[in-house]
Design a protein around this ligand. Sequence first.
Ligand SMILES: [Zn+2]
Length: 166
Amino acid sequence: MTRKNICIYGEEVLRKKTKFVKTFDKKLEKFIDDMFDTMYEANGIGLAAPQVGVLKKLFVVDTLEPGEKMAIANPKIIWQSEETWGMKEGCLSIPGVEGEVIRPRVIRVKAQNAYTGDEMEFEAEDLLARVILHENDHLNGVLFVDHLTSSDRAELERQLQELAVA
Ligand SMILES: [Zn+2]
């Protein structure tokens, strides 16, 4: 397996839209393995393809809870609870920056298994739901800092600027 370079805040690719995954082959399998490898090395619990410079609708997650390791392609959030909760989030592409994000507590997801292409539909809650929503945002060029309150965002602005010019 190979560790990939993680793109950092300020790099254009993090703001681009992604394309649907259509071919599920050995090459993609290797790419997904590399993504897991890269995520574990960086002590992350989620990593989306644009974060390694690939504009595909694909991400990997592993909350380290049983059954919560997944490689997901072409996800669609088909339902979300009205109930929300806040938690401090970070992002491997925005090192050293954390901020509280309010997200739905429960979601229903339709997607494809990124290894096999098999269709799947499942419900996720709490941390798993949060990670999936965070990674799904990456597929649309959205970063967690976009969800912060304006005062939280203002507090982090300097750190973000420093990352962007580094
Ligand atoms: Zn992220």
